[in-house]
Design a protein around this ligand. Sequence first.
Ligand SMILES: [Mg+2]
Length: 233
Amino acid sequence: MTKKIKLITFDLDDTLWDNMPTITRAEIDTRKWIEDRVGKIEWGSFEDFLHLREELILEDESIKWDISKLRKEIFRRKINHVEPEKFKNDLVNNAFNIFIKKRHEVILFDGVETAIKELSKKYQLGILTNGNADIFKFDIGKYFNFSISCLEAKDSKPNRSHFDKAKEITKINFNEMLHIGDHQINDIFGAFNLGIETLWFNNNNEKWNQNFAKPLEFSDWNNLVPILRNNYE
Ligand SMILES: [Mg+2]
C-alpha cells in the first residue's frame, strides 16, 4: 500500500551538503582570527571539548540544545585570560559571527536545488536539524515552509521533539510525513519510532546496522524525485 505523504522533512548537515569540510574550515578560520588578536591558544582535543561541554551543561542546562551558546562559551573559556572584560566579550561575539557566517559556506550536493524546487510544488517541506545552520540564509530557503533546529526543539533527534514540533506547526499527522536524512539513528530510527515514513540518504555506501528493516535509500539527489514518484502518491 502506498502511503499518502503531505509533508517531507529533511535533515541538513550531511544530507543537503557535506558538512565536515565546512565545519573544519569555519573552525580553523575562526581560531586563526582569534589568535591573530590574542596570541596562541591551547584549543585542546575533541575529548577536552566533550569534557568542557559537560562542565558548561552543569552550569547552564540550555547549553545541551543551544549549540550556538555552547560555541560562544567555549571561545570565552579559551580566552579567559584576556582583559578587559569588554574586549573579551566583543572578541567572543565577533568570533562567533565569523564562525556562523563560514558555517553557511556550504556546497549543496548536486541535484538538491532542482529536487527541492520540484518537491515544493507537491508537498509541504520542512527542516529538522540538530545543528545551527539556517536554511533561510540560502536561496533554496524559499521552498521550505518551516525549519526546526535543536534550539527551537530544546532537544536533539532522535528524540521526538523535532518531529512533534513539525506536527504542531503543520497539523499534519506522522503517518502523512516522510523524513529524509543521512543518520541511521538520529534521522531514521527517530522518525521510524513515531511511525513516520523514512528515506535514507546514503551517499557513502554505509552498511545498514539497525535492528529494523532498512528503509528505501538513495545516494544521488538527482534520483529523489523519481523515487518519490514511484513509491508515494
Ligand atoms: Mg545529518
